[in-house]
Design a protein around this ligand. Structure first.
Ligand SMILES: Cc1cc2nc3c(=O)[nH]c(=O)nc-3n(C[C@H](O)[C@H](O)[C@H](O)COP(=O)(O)OP(=O)(O)OC[C@H]3O[C@@H](n4cnc5c(N)ncnc54)[C@H](O)[C@@H]3O)c2cc1C
Length: 395
């Protein structure tokens, strides 16, 4: 496919940018650019404004509320959104659960669940990982047994992102005992306020509350709250994780950070000039930018393949590895650019550093530590490399 944007594409990008600038709350924008998390109500407000404009789910088929845009338009949309500091889409519902339901769900599930994802009236979280079942996800030990028309769930999930804000969760649980551990798993759908669910926060090294432990103690869910067939959860989970990996490269965010790095580096003194003129900065910035452009071209190629009915193969694993590494390299370069000003990390520190340094210095350390997660979640990068070695290289 051609990689040059047409005049219509560029006009489309301008329209999207104008919409964001007119509708996105300035406080939310600054929060996101500072590496802080928007609240659920801030996300919901933004998602509802996209919904009102008909832009709630560009990746979905039109029949379910998608936009019908081309692959390039969707890419531009994502990119402008992240460049402008808009909240991300509610990824667990929109990019993971929804594609699985569209393919394997019942008509009733599609009718009842998908519209509430579009408006964010329902905010979903993903309960897959457990202590001892992360990379080896098939090792899931939480169970659900069928009793009088209800699944009774017992067990524990961990690292459940935004479980404290979500009102719905999809969980991978063992519903039958099989010789092969990949068999006998199922995905169940439940409300977070179901009796027997306990959410405990995990505070990460950047002092944020993003992830949680979730405990299930005789939690009862109607039998029909299962996706597809009992025991085929592994098949659905693999389908779902393929979608997770294609959306995890965050091309637009890295492009934004590449630009902002130059802007900030040109305000911080270095020897007789500014950091932006330092050979070490120019070299590292150029290296990251080259990798970023390769990533973007690969993403467009993958999206074009999917648009023509192809299935993401090891390209999705490749994107996950390179996308996360580019973001981590950027976070490291940010740390070196702000230098000792980065010590000011903390929500109140900005008042103390005042006019001395760009406000970005205030959040850089937090973003650096937070970016460690990128090569772990969505399947660690070591696991991605194992998959590529096996599936693409036949090793
Ligand atoms: C910030 C964050 C958010 C998350 N959000 C969610 C969420 O919302 N929902 C959810 O279900 N999960 C979530 N996860 C969990 C995530 O998917 C797991 O952390 C990940 O799959 C790794 O599993 P683990 O933590 O158990 O590490 P382990 O599997 O114990 O791995 C530990 C280390 O060993 C390496 N390793 C393991 N096996 C192999 C192997 N076969 N070959 C080579 N190296 C190997 C890994 O690469 C890693 O470096 C999140 C994780 C993080 C950090």
């Amino acid at each position: 496919m051609a990689f040059d944007y047409s005049p219509q594409d560029l006009q489309f990008a301008d329209d999207v940018r104008a919409f964001i600038q007119a509708n996105l709350d300035a406080g939310v924008r600054k929060k996101i650019l500072s590496g802080m998390l928007p609240t659920r109500s801030e996300r919901e407000k933004w998602q509802k404004s996209l919904y009102a404009r008909g832009w709630a789910a560009p990746s979905w088929p039109v029949e379910f509320g998608g936009t019908g845009w081309t692959v390039v338009q969707r890419h531009i949309f994502d990119e402008v959104l992240t460049e402008e500091g808009a909240p991300g889409f509610p990824v667990f519902g929109m990019s993971m659960l929804a594609p699985v339901l569209m393919r394997f769900g019942t008509e009733r599930q599609k009718r009842e669940i998908l519209p509430a994802i579009l408006t964010m009236d329902d905010f979903w979280c993903q309960g897959f990982s457990e202590p001892g079942a992360g990379s080896d996800l098939a090792g899931v030990r939480s169970t659900a047994r069928l009793e009088d028309g209800f699944w009774i769930i017992n067990g524990q999930k961990i690292w459940t992102t935004l479980a404290h804000e979500a009102n719905k969760i999809f969980v991978l649980v063992r519903t039958s005992v099989a010789e092969k551990k990949q068999l006998g798993l199922s995905i169940l759908l439940l409300a977070m306020d179901t009796p027997g669910i306990t959410v405990r926060p995990i505070i990460t090294i950047d002092n944020h509350h993003e992830v949680n432990e979730v405990f299930f103690d005789d939690v009862r869910v109607p039998a029909e709250n299962i996706i597809g067939e009992e025991g085929l959860g592994w098949t659905y989970a693999k389908f779902l994780l393929g979608h997770e990996r294609t959306s995890i490269a965050r091309i637009g965010q890295s492009r934004r950070e590449l630009k902002r790095l130059i802007a900030t580096a040109s305000t911080i003194p270095w020897r007789d000039g500014m950091v932006s003129q330092a050979p070490w900065f120019k070299r590292r910035h150029a290296q990251i930018e080259i990798r970023h452009r390769i990533l973007e071209a690969t993403t467009l190629r993958l999206l074009a393949m999917v648009a023509e009915g192809g299935k993401p193969g090891s390209e999705a694993n490749l994107l996950k590895i390179h996308g996360s590494e580019v973001q981590q390299d950027l976070a490291e370069l940010w740390m070196d650019v702000v230098g000792e000003y980065g010590f000011a990390y903390g929500q109140d520190a900005i008042a103390d550093i005042g006019e001395m340094v760009p406000w970005e210095a205030n959040y850089v350390a937090g973003s650096y530590f937070n970016s460690r997660k990128l090569s772990i979640y969505g399947g660690s990068n070591e696991i991605q490399r194992n998959i590529i070695a096996k599936s693409a290289l036949g090793l």
